[in-house]
Design a protein around this ligand. Sequence first.
Ligand code: SUG
Length: 478
Amino acid sequence: MAQSTTSTHTSSKSSSKSSSKNPSKGASRKQPSVEVNFDGLIGPTHNFAGLSFGNIASTQHGGSVSNPKQAALQGLQKMKRLSDLGLRQGVIPPLFRPELSVLKRVGFVGSETEIISKAMEDAPVLLRACFSASSMWTANAATVSPSTDSSDGRVHFTPANLVSKVHRSLEANDTFRILKGIFSDEKYFQVHSPLPSHPALGDEGAANHTRFCSQYSQTGLQFFVYGTTGREGDPAPRRFPARQTLDASQAIARLHQLKSENVVFAQQNPEAIDAGVFHNDVIAVGNQDVLFYHSEAFLNEQAVIEELNQKYSKISGKELRFVRVRNEDVQLSDVVRSYLFNSQLLSLPDGQSMLLAPIECFETPSVKAYLDQIADRSKGAISKVEYVDLRQSMQNGGGPACLRLRTVLNEDELAKMNDGVLLDASVYAKIKAWVEKHYRDRLEYNDFKDAKLLEEVRTALDELTQILRVGSIYPFQL
Ligand code: SUG
C-alpha cells in the first residue's frame, strides 16, 4: 500500500548517560534533539459509545461492535513502522477503565457488578464514559514545550483538562500521574497540573498546538490554535462546541515560560468546527518549517500566515513553507471524512519528509488525487506519502496524529526519562504477544456487565506495567 518505500532502521533505547547535570539553556541548546512520538497504547475496553458530539465519526459509529484486539494491534503496528523508519517511538500505557470511582461518587453503591448493572439502567451515558478507552488519543494528553523554548531550560508538560467531554475529562488526573512517573526528574522536566476544570479554560492539549523550527534542537515558534475567545459577540461555532479557549492556550504558554515573540495564537475557523473539525489537528499539521493546512482552517487566514512568517523568520532567519490545500481541490467534507490533515508529518533520517496518512485518504478520491502529486504540489516540502490502517481508532474520530504526543528531547533528557516506555524490537514483541493474549476481539455495551471483563483488564494492565517498567501506576495496584 505504501506509495513509496524507505529503507528501515531499528531504533534502540537511549543508552547515553547524562553528561551534564545542569540543564541550563546553553547546555540544552548545543545538544542534538530528536522528536519522540509517544503513542497511546489502545486499551482493552476500546468501544464505540458515540460520546463526542461534534466528532462525526464518533456519532456515526456509536453503538457498533468494536474490536479492541485489532485496534491495539493497528496502533502498535503504526508505532513499529515509525521505529523501523529510524524514528524514536514511545508508548503511553492506557488508563485503567472502567473508572468506577466516578459511578461511586455519583451515588451508585454495591459490588462492582451491582454498580455497573444499576448504572446501565439509570446512567447509561455515564457508564459508557467510565468504560471509554479514550486516553489512546495522546495528542490530547498534554501540551509539550521543549527545553530550548522555555526560559528555565526544562521540558514542560501540561496535561489537558479535556473538560468539553465527560469521558475525556476523567483522563486528566491520571495522565498527570503517568507523565510525572515517566518524566520524574524535576531538574529536567516540569509536569504541571491540568488547568482548572471549567469550560472557560477548556484545553485539549497538543491537538491544538504546533511547533515550527529549522532543527529540533533550535528554538522554535509555538503555534496555539483555539476555538473560541468565550467572549459574547466574538466569532464562535453554532452547531458544534469549540473545545479550546484562548485563555487556556495563553495559560499554557505562560506556564511553559515561552517568550511572546516565539508564540502565535490563532482562532480556528468556526465554520470548520461546525463541519466536524473539532481539533485543529483535523485540518492542519506542521513539522519543522512546514505547515500543511486547508484554506478553511483559520479565521483571518492571511493575518495568521503573516504573523507566523514574521515571527519565524526573526527566530530562524528563514522562511516557513506553507502547503495550502484549497477547497476546490479537497472539500471540507472530504477533509473530515479522510482525516487528511490528521496525518503525521515526519522528518526521516535521510532528510526527506513523509506524510503518514490514514488509509481513508487512499479511499477518498479527491484526497488520493491530491496526495498522488504531493511532492510537486508542495514544491518538495512533503516528499512522499505512506498509508496506515487505523480503522478502529478512526471510527471514533482518531487518526494517526491523534494517537501520538510529540516530545522534543535532547540526549540528557532522553537519558533522564524512564526509558522502559521507549519502543525497541523486544518491547514491541512483548506488547504484541500481550495484546494477543489478553484482548477481546469484540466488545459491545452489554459486555460491560460481564464481571470477567474487569478481571481480564486488571490482569492485562498489571502485566503491562512490568513490560514497560513503569512501576505501580494503576489504582488496583496501590
Ligand atoms: O475526543 N473520540 C475522541 C477523538 C480524539 C481525536 N484526537 C485528536 N484529534 N487529536 C474525541 O472526540 C470518541 C469516543 C466514543 O464515542 O466512544 C472520542 O472520544
